[in-house]
Design a protein around this ligand. Structure first.
Ligand SMILES: *Cc1c(COP(=O)(O)O)cnc(C)c1O
Length: 417
């Protein structure tokens, strides 16, 4: 789905113009389309057809309560990575039997919180974590469902910071140790083996690494079965990439799901997926306004009111986001420029070497910003976090108010005199 629509000279998300949104809610502002969010979920749902499956939205991609509630109402489950995310999905009304808990560093209190909520499954990442879950579950008088996150040693060929399935990564249990740890789990009093889990990275642009990882965990499932350890599900994690540049061609949701279901053969296993970026990434944009044009002898800068604290992906991963000028200036006015924010870091850029026709006060849309935008935002430089708006047809709903300055230091105090 195309998020940014141009109609009769106006730029809009669904039927609401971005000018109107900027007027009403200010900038910088994240704008999401409800229809695009629903579409992404529905495509996963349809692609699995009647194959047994569970879609577990990876909350960290965008954890706004309104988005969580929307996915919950559609039937989605959730993949969480912290006690904070557990509290969020419960606040959004999620059914605990559709929540799985991933992450390499679950604390005691987070595990207890998740046991008390009776979540569906812990994706366990190490032997000490397995022992901890078993002990805490025993203390609580319950048995926790677990799957072990296996590191299949597959190169996701993505950015090193978001590649997680190689031997040297901190994530998961090395493939060759998995069988022994499953045998151990089978003996522990506080756990019940439910599945196998893996997650090899994010923003994957080909299906081959998913297929390779899936084949490795299927082989492990077969080996477990032959030892009398039957598992119910394979959780393949998230990681499907989205189109950031027009020329990007990641597998479609349908191709990705087919690459999984077609490899199961006769096995009666449920497939779980934990998509984050591919559920929300192209359903959101960051709306920002030009403050200044600034030319140095070397370069032309466009200083906008959004910064790396709002959208850190360019600074952190050297990520590329399409930038669209929401005006109708003559193409001859376009010039090579650096789109930067007000933060005091040279790494504070939104886009480098872009050809754009812009003047002060113009609006800009930074596309594909629905995932890992707001959820990775910070208050660096004491900048209040942006507002978030969801457009539904011809209506725009504020789903997170812009932070106030007073909120930024409300929890701070002075030393005694
Ligand atoms: C981040 C993450 C996901 C979601 O990844 P996307 O690339 O956003 O789809 C899923 N599962 C786990 C364990 C993760 O850490």
């Amino acid at each position: 789905m195309t998020l940014l629509i141009e109609r009769r000279g106006e730029f809009a998300v669904e039927s609401v113009s971005l000018d109107a949104i900027a007027q009403r809610f200010g900038t910088p502002c994240y704008v999401y389309s409800k229809a695009a969010l629903v579409d992404a979920y529905s495509r996963y749902r349809r692609a699995f057809a009647d194959h047994e499956h569970r879609i577990l939205y990876a909350v960290k991609a965008n954890s706004n309560l309104a988005i969580l509630k929307l996915f919950n109402n559609l039937g989605s489950g959730f993949d969480i990575v912290s006690g904070g995310e557990l509290a969020r999905v419960l606040a959004a009304g999620a059914d605990p039997s559709r929540i799985v808990f991933s992450g390499v560093g679950k604390s005691q209190s987070e595990i207890v919180q998740a046991l008390a909520a009776r979540i569906a499954c812990f994706n366990v990442e190490s032997e000490p974590e397995l022992e901890r879950v078993s002990r805490l579950a025993t203390d609580c008088g319950v048995r926790a469902n677990v799957s072990l996150r296996v590191n299949p040693d597959v190169d996701a060929r993505t950015h090193p910071y978001i590649s997680t399935g190689l031997r040297q990564d901190k994530f998961g249990i090395p493939h060759e140790q998995a069988l022994a740890l499953y045998r151990k789990a089978n003996q522990l009093p506080g756990v019940r083996i439910a599945g196998i889990d893996c997650h090899i990275g994010s923003q994957l642009t080909t299906a081959a690494p998913f297929a390779a990882a899936f084949e490795r965990v299927i082989a492990l499932a077969d080996a477990l079965r032959s030892e009398g350890i039957a598992i119910e599900h394979i959780d393949v994690g998230g990681g499907l990439g989205i189109r950031y540049r027009p020329e990007d061609e990641p597998p479609s949701i349908e191709q990705y799901v087919h690459a999984l279901t077609s490899r199961l053969g006769e096995r009666r296993l449920s497939i779980m997926v934990e998509p984050g970026r591919s559920m929300v990434g192209n359903a959101g944009l960051l709306l920002t306004r030009v403050e200044y044009l600034k030319a140095t002898p070397e370069r032309s800068f466009v200083v906008v009111d959004a910064a790396m604290n709002d959208l850190i992906r360019p600074a952190l991963y050297d990520a590329w986001h399409e930038i669209r000028a929401l005006n109708h200036r003559s193409p001859e006015a376009a010039r090579l420029c650096q789109v930067v924010g007000p933060v005091c870091e040279s790494g504070d850029f939104i886009g480098r070497d872009r050809t754009l026709a812009l003047e002060a006060d113009d609006l800009i849309a930074v596309l594909s910003a629905g995932a890992y935008g707001m959820s990775m935002s910070s208050n660096y430089n004491s900048r209040p976090r942006a507002a978030e708006v969801i457009v539904d047809g011809d209506r725009a709903h504020l789903v997170r108010a812009r932070e106030t300055i007073a909120e930024l230091y409300a929890r701070e105090s002075f030393l005694p005199e």
